[in-house]
Design a protein around this ligand. Structure first.
Ligand code: FEO
Ligand code: CA
Ligand code: CA
Ligand code: CA
Length: 632
């Protein structure tokens, strides 16, 4: 195979100790160059083609951005531009079914099963008619400090069940009354999908021994989805929900050492404080060592059929899935871009085996079978652009063989991270959301931040992850070769390198030249395009507004014109929240935006109810007072 002819990293990886030695040597050389000033990052960045291109733009002339930028905020409110308004659609604990109790912090598990889940994240608006729709919303996780009146100090069996019921997905019917969307409690399609909803594993890993448990000898009947981060949607009307930090719910109460694969997936002796393992044996790896293999997948849900069984799609690989950006390639193959959000992990894409046929029933199986690829970025350090290739994770090829720990094709999907390392994928600064431009072929991915970059020997600085410790994050853009999303080649550049030009006058920490004191932000996470091609950027970053982050305020949402590179701040969130999740009504006159975990870690937020209330994650509706299109 030609793929590895010039693959330096791959040859290094084939012998791990050698690899570390060489990387360490390279690292010390880099530090030496920095200390002596021989590697002037200021110089090479200023001269880079990307910064040149961006510097040549005329920011205030973007015809795509039709609103006035807003200032940063440290207030416990949501702020939008002049002429816009923001209203709450629904908050954690609000009823989504007739007869469900109203929100109270003392609600039990049974109540939570009929209420909107916690920590809303990615979401998709599915129109039914002009005044009827379904909104599918991820409920990523819970915060003990607010979920329970006792703040998690003594978690009971019902508490665990409540926590599990607050996770997953909320499917809610909306109706439009007097021009405004609202939740329809009578909706036949209202549904909660939780950490104990029955699901079906599909694709190559279905029924594999590594997926069999004491409870499920078939290896196909899986209970639940949780840590549902971001999302995707298909042209055949289904919703994709992505399982991200599933590892945090498992504990291993045995004395056995952790396996290499469990370590790679962040599974440990202890969970992250959810205590599910104490009352639900699925989450004690000592009792159910294979249960973690059943999570970390993309799940496909039919929001129009409340009795449908969600399907876990093993062909899309197992890792900490961020979102699933699906596009139909010109040749009909379905391509899904997928980020694995962890420091030093990778960026993937899936190409379906079969083709999309508008209106055909067969579309429902398109995510069952295909090829999973992982990205290798090539380029010269300091140039901030280059070429790249997609390396196929095909069993039997590229070293994905039994002698390297891959006994069969299913094991490549179950341990996709290790397969990615085996083929020489590029370590990334936490790939979060991917978004495909609606009318040209460019694709964007947020790389949120990475304190290990250039610090850990396994994550040396590289062309596409150019900044040591990367505290601010960046967005990479690529164009598939010949506009073909199924191509194994692409060209990339860095669209924006977030930074703080007030604190750092020059160099990579100042950010690219489309960053200025009026639009500073850190840790881009959610991104998405509207139909006009405006790129919306949401942040999940440091909100201290101090030091390196001074002048950035609370987490926010910005809007960018990819033609000019201009970025304007559109929205700011309340105290200690993250802004995540976005979707539009088809007329683009209502935008739905998520406010996640306001007041996390007991920060002083009472959003959205005010007074002395418990802060609650909420879906906001953004509209224009003149009824116009958002952003225009
Ligand atoms: Fe759930 Fe990577 O954010
Ligand atoms: Ca995210
Ligand atoms: Ca994030
Ligand atoms: Ca979050």
């Amino acid at each position: 195979m030609k793929l590895f002819d010039q693959n330096h990293d791959q040859r290094l990886l084939e012998s791990e100790p050698e690899f570390n030695k060489l990387v360490d040597a390279a690292m010390s050389r880099r530090r030496f160059l920095k200390a002596t000033g021989a590697a002037g990052t200021v110089g090479f960045f200023a001269a880079s083609p990307v910064s040149q291109a961006i510097a040549n733009t005329k920011p205030s002339q973007s015809s795509l951005l039709g609103f006035d930028a807003i200032a940063i905020s440290t207030a416990d409110t949501i702020e939008v531009p002049e002429g816009y308004q923001a209203d709450v659609l629904i908050s954690w604990g609000d009823a989504i079914k007739k007869g469900a109790p109203a929100f109270s912090q003392s609600n039990d598990a049974k109540a939570q099963e009929m209420q909107f889940g916690d920590n809303n994240d990615g979401m998709t608006f599915f129109p039914i008619s002009d005044d009827r729709a379904v909104l599918a919303v991820n409920n990523e996780y819970t915060n003990n400090e607010y979920l329970y009146q006792h703040q998690g100090k003594n978690i009971s069996a019902d508490d665990v069940r409540k926590g599990q019921a607050a996770h997953g997905v909320s499917v809610i019917e909306l109706k439009k009354t007097n021009g405004q969307w609202q939740v329809n409690l009578e909706g036949r399609l209202n549904r909660r999908v939780t950490a104990f909803t029955e699901m079906e594993m599909t694709g190559i890993a279905a029924g594999h021994d590594l997926l069999k448990t004491n409870v499920d000898k078939s290896g196909k009947a899986i209970l639940g989805t949780f840590n549902n981060c971001a999302n995707g949607q298909t042209p055949w009307g289904t919703y994709l929900t992505c399982e991200e930090n599933f590892n945090g719910y498992f504990a291993d109460t045995s004395d056995n050492p952790l396996s290499e694969s469990n370590q790679r997936y962040g599974l440990g002796k202890k969970d992250r404080g959810y205590d599910w393992y104490k009352y639900d044996t699925r989450f004690d790896m000592a009792q159910e060592p294979n249960e973690p293999h059943r999570h970390g997948w993309v799940v496909e849900i039919d929001p129009m059929n409340p009795n449908s069984t969600p399907k876990k799609r093993s062909a899309l690989g197992r890792f900490k899935h961020e979102n699933a950006a699906l596009t139909v390639n010109d040749d009909g193959h379905v391509v899904v871009y997928l980020g694995d959000d962890e420091r030093g992990e990778h960026l993937y894409k899936f190409v379906s085996k079969n083709k999309y046929v508008p209106g055909a029933d067969s579309n429902r199986d398109l995510l069952e079978e295909g090829t999973l690829y992982v990205a290798k970025f090539e380029g010269t350090e300091g140039e901030l652009n280059g070429k790249g290739q997609w390396l196929a994770l095909t069993w039997g090829k590229n070293g994905l063989t039994p002698e390297n720990g891959f006994p069969d094709a299913a094991s490549v999907m179950i341990f996709a991270r290790m397969a990615a390392t085996q083929v020489g994928a590029t370590t990334m600064d936490r790939p979060e959301w991917v978004a495909v431009h609606p009318s040209n072929k460019s694709v964007f991915c947020t790389l949120t931040n990475n304190k290990h970059r250039g610090v850990k020997a396994s994550q040396p600085i590289n062309a596409v992850n150019p900044r040591e410790k990367n505290p601010y994050g960046h967005i990479v853009r690529w164009n598939p070769m010949n506009g073909d999303h199924a191509s194994e080649r692409f060209e990339w550049d860095i669209y924006v390198l977030a930074g703080n030009p007030d604190v750092h006058q020059s160099g990579l920490m100042a950010g690219s030249s489309n960053i200025n004191k009026d639009n500073m932000f850190n840790s881009p996470d959610g991104i998405g395009f509207d139909m006009a091609g405006r790129l919306w950027i949401q942040t999940d970053g440091k909100y201290s507004n101090k030091g390196d982050f001074a002048g950035m305020g609370n987490n926010q949402m910005l809007c960018s014109d990819p033609q000019t590179g201009e970025i304007r701040r559109f929205l700011t969130g309340p105290i200690a929240c993250e802004i995540t999740g976005l979707t539009f009504s088809p007329d683009h006159k209502t935008m739905f935006v998520g406010v996640q975990h306001p007041g996390e870690d007991l920060a002083p937020s009472h959003f959205p109810d005010g007074g002395n209330t418990v802060p609650r994650s909420s879906v906001m509706m953004i509209t224009r007072k003149d009824g116009g299109v958002i952003g225009a």
